[in-house]
Design a protein around this ligand. Structure first.
Ligand code: 4AD
Ligand code: MG
Length: 464
């Protein structure tokens, strides 16, 4: 408690009592008449406001005039039973202090009805809305639940680097990290950029995934997970892609693909159950405002087994569906979200784990199947989202992995350390990556990934 302050979430759970309480927060609304004013105050601890009742005659007129939507105030008063506010208790103010005004002519968050698009333009203020308060509290709850889940299972949280010299996925463009003077780039004799003069003495980029280093951890600690930001410079302006997003990547020694699928399903269900158990107020608000089926959908995923299906069977279903897809379906196709969503929403009406993808459309490190065509990949596909998890069993054979790296012309000098795990004490192992914001899209029911991260980074947008 600071200065005896009690958070509104706690206050709303208290019974009326005789001691004075101190609340601090931002004014959502003020209404009333010449005699009495009602202030709805919020401090972000909960979606709910506390009502402050003000006997107008007892307060300075100028002070009351300045208490407008968006202003920040401290209130001291009695916690009394409330008859009309929709909450059991309210605060009868005995004194108030104004921390900061918010000029009604310029404060952009007046009472109601802003579009999410408009709120994105004022991402510095949108945490003060009910919607973003709810979303960011759920985001926090999910981050906590992720650490709790893995900690309870004995996984070790491994911090992998954000700056790397390797390309883990081999898909999509990367952001380069350099201190070279871009107006005067040093060149080698054959006209290429001379990275030996750069900060790290070689070309580096922001990581697209912590997996490769995660595998190094798993080959010693046996079960690790990462949870941090990752970066992709792909120019995809979609409601499901960010240039900077957070990823959770567990990596486990001695896990085969089935164990990996079991973990992924259990993990997702745990997180959804955690949200239902701990964030119900916020979920109900979001359900009411944006997505009436949200809570049913969460329960549905919780109560059903995920379908497990071969890529090849999935392609069969899509080809026989008679559905007209924007991207035509044939074996070898890298599934688009329209295909993923068809399987999940139209065909099975359940989450699907798709396995054994063609090796050509998957990363070099995936365990090769005996058919010579497919790899032991697994993508978890969710309603409304499409791919929420991507993972695989890893190729543990040094010989097969080296051959694949050569086929794909990946320079050995970049991955010698990765190959060493196969050279020394190799073991079967598996892992996956959960896109944190994709999870949040599902859990909050929000439709655009820009609305589940406080300060989204997308093409042509890095404000705030
Ligand atoms: O499928 P991806 O590319 O897999 C990997 O990066 C592996 N290294 C993971 C692993 O096996 N350890 O990405 C994993 C997940 C996707 O399923 C998706 O949820 C999310 O990351 N993701 C994105 N989320 C937001 N914006 C983007 N641009 C994303 N790209 C991938
Ligand atoms: Mg993927």
């Amino acid at each position: 408690m600071t200065g005896g302050r009690i958070k509104i979430k706690e206050l709303l759970k208290s019974a009326p009592h005789s001691q004075e309480v101190v609340v601090k927060g931002w004014v959502r609304t003020k209404r009333g008449n010449k005699k009495v004013a009602f202030i709805a105050l919020n401090d972000g601890s909960t979606i709910n406001n506390i009502q402050v009742v003000v006997d107008v005659e007892k307060f300075d007129e100028e002070l009351l005039r300045q208490i407008t939507t968006g202003a920040c105030i401290k209130v001291i008063g009695a916690l009394v039973e409330s008859l009309g506010s929709g909450q059991p208790v309210e605060v009868q103010a005995t004194s108030m202090e104004l921390y900061g005004t918010a000029n009604p002519d310029t404060y952009p968050l007046q009472k109601k009805g802003h579009t999410l698009e408009f709120l994105r333009e004022i991402a510095h203020l949108r945490p003060r809305t009910n919607t973003f308060g709810a979303v960011f509290r759920i985001r926090h709850a999910m981050a906590y639940a992720i650490h709790k889940y893995f900690n309870d299972k004995g996984f070790c949280y491994l911090h992998t680097p954000l700056i790397t010299g390797s390309d883990a996925e081999g898909a999509g463009a990367m952001f380069s990290v350099t201190t070279l003077d871009l107006n005067n780039v040093p060149k080698t004799e054959d006209g290429k950029v001379d990275y030996t003069q750069d900060f790290f003495g070689k070309s580096c980029n922001l990581t697209v995934s912590g997996q490769l280093e995660g595998e190094l951890g798993a080959m010693a600690l046996s079960e690790i997970y990462t949870f941090g930001p990752t970066f992709r410079a792909e120019n995809s302006n979609t409601p499901r892609h960010l240039a900077e997003f957070w990823m959770i990547e567990p990596e486990m020694a001695f896990y085969e693909i089935e164990d990996n699928m079991n973990l992924a399903e259990d993990f997702l269900k745990y997180l959804i159950r955690y949200a239902l158990d701990n964030s119900m107020d916020d979920l109900q608000f979001l359900a009411k405002m944006y997505d009436g089926e949200l809570i049913d959908r969460l329960n549905f995923v919780l109560n059903n087994d995920f379908v497990r299906l071969d890529y090849t069977e999935g392609i069969d279903i899509l080809m026989k569906s008679g559905h007209k897809f924007e991207f035509p379906v044939s074996w070898g196709l890298d599934l688009q979200s329209e295909h993923e969503r068809y399987l999940v929403e139209q065909h099975f009406k359940k989450p699907v784990i798709l396995t054994n993808y063609p090796k050509e459309i998957k990363a070099f490190y995936m365990k090769q199947n005996d058919d010579g065509k497919t790899v032991r990949a697994m993508d978890v596909l969710f309603p409304k989202i499409g791919e929420i998890i991507g993972g695989s069993q890893r190729e543990e054979s040094l010989e097969k992995l080296t051959k694949r790296i050569e086929e794909l012309h990946i320079p050995q000098k970049d991955v010698w350390w990765y190959l060493d795990t196969r050279r020394f004490g190799t073991a079967p192992h598996s892992g996956f990556g959960l896109g944190f914001e994709r999870l949040l899209l599902f859990v909050t029911g929000m439709a655009n990934i820009r609305d589940v991260i406080p300060f989204p980074r997308t093409p042509k947008n890095a404000e705030f």
